[in-house]
Design a protein around this ligand. Structure first.
Ligand code: ADE
Length: 243
């Protein structure tokens, strides 16, 4: 069945890119069902207020619990509740592993906060009704959760069956074996005096696989030593260790 995704935001137009290119095609083909909701639809006052000043003082505004409660009660209603994902720089880091888990879910609801965040009681309340993940896409601060949702939905949707033309591309990604992908080349053989590595034109598939593995190890060692350190004990063979 198609993965169903609902997004609640005060800037629905920010999510328009999800209907473009590859993801747009996935929606058109029924592989992904996407609905974007304007949080202000659930306000009752003339100003359509969604935020208020923080208890305890301090800068910025906090999103009001009542509006979120009415919105999520309606959006999350159904026989089996969705997984609720709340992007926030204070969340747990989003990873390829989480993208795989989300791609296996039937239904995801993303709640985009702006300002300083959403009243914590909203998250606490829904956590008693459904799985709730507060998730960060990286150690930097965006102005709101919308762009984080673009990132996460794209990472998830490309893993859905039928979305990528060639399913092998998802299997051979950076991170799928815990290493960064090495460099890649296409024609011409020489470009601005730079030649494609000979081994890639040798036709020797074992040598090509070994070369690619070595470049992946090298790149991971230099750019992401944390990933190498996190590999399971048996992930590296004797040749790998000799690199
Ligand atoms: N909202 C603001 N910054 C964010 C981040 N880094 N990840 C997820 N949501 C955010």
């Amino acid at each position: 069945e198609a993965l169903r995704i609902d997004v609640v935001t005060i800037f629905p137009e920010y999510l328009a890119p999800l209907r473009a290119a590859l993801l747009g095609k996935a929606i058109d083909r029924g592989l992904l069902q996407l609905d974007v909701h304007d949080l202000r639809n659930w306000t009752h006052d003339v100003h359509k207020a969604v935020d208020d000043s923080p208890y305890g003082g301090g800068p910025g505004m906090v999103m009001k619990p009542q509006v979120w409660g009415e919105a999520l009660d309606e959006v999350c209603a159904g026989p089996t509740p969705p997984r609720l994902v709340v992007p926030t720089p204070g969340g747990r880091p989003f990873t390829q592993e989480m993208a795989r888990e989300y791609a296996a879910e039937p239904w995801l609801v993303f709640a985009c906060g702006r300002y300083e965040g959403i009243d914590q009681r909203v998250l606490d309340h829904y956590a008693s009704r459904m799985p709730v993940d507060e998730v960060s896409i990286g150690d930097y601060v965006l102005v709101g959760g919308e762009v984080a949702v673009l990132v996460m939905v794209e990472a998830v949707a490309r893993l859905l069956p039928g979305v990528l033309g060639n399913p092998a591309s998802a299997q051979e990604d950076s991170f799928s074996d815990g290493l960064l992908e090495g460099p890649c080349y296409t024609r011409p053989e020489v470009w601005r005096d730079l030649a494609v590595p000979d081994v890639l034109r040798s036709g020797n598939h074992a040598a090509i696989a070994r070369w690619r593995r070595d470049r992946a190890l090298e790149r991971t060692f230099h750019r992401r030593p944390d990933l190498l350190a996190a590999l399971p004990e048996d992930a590296l063979d004797r040749h790998d260790r000799a690199m």
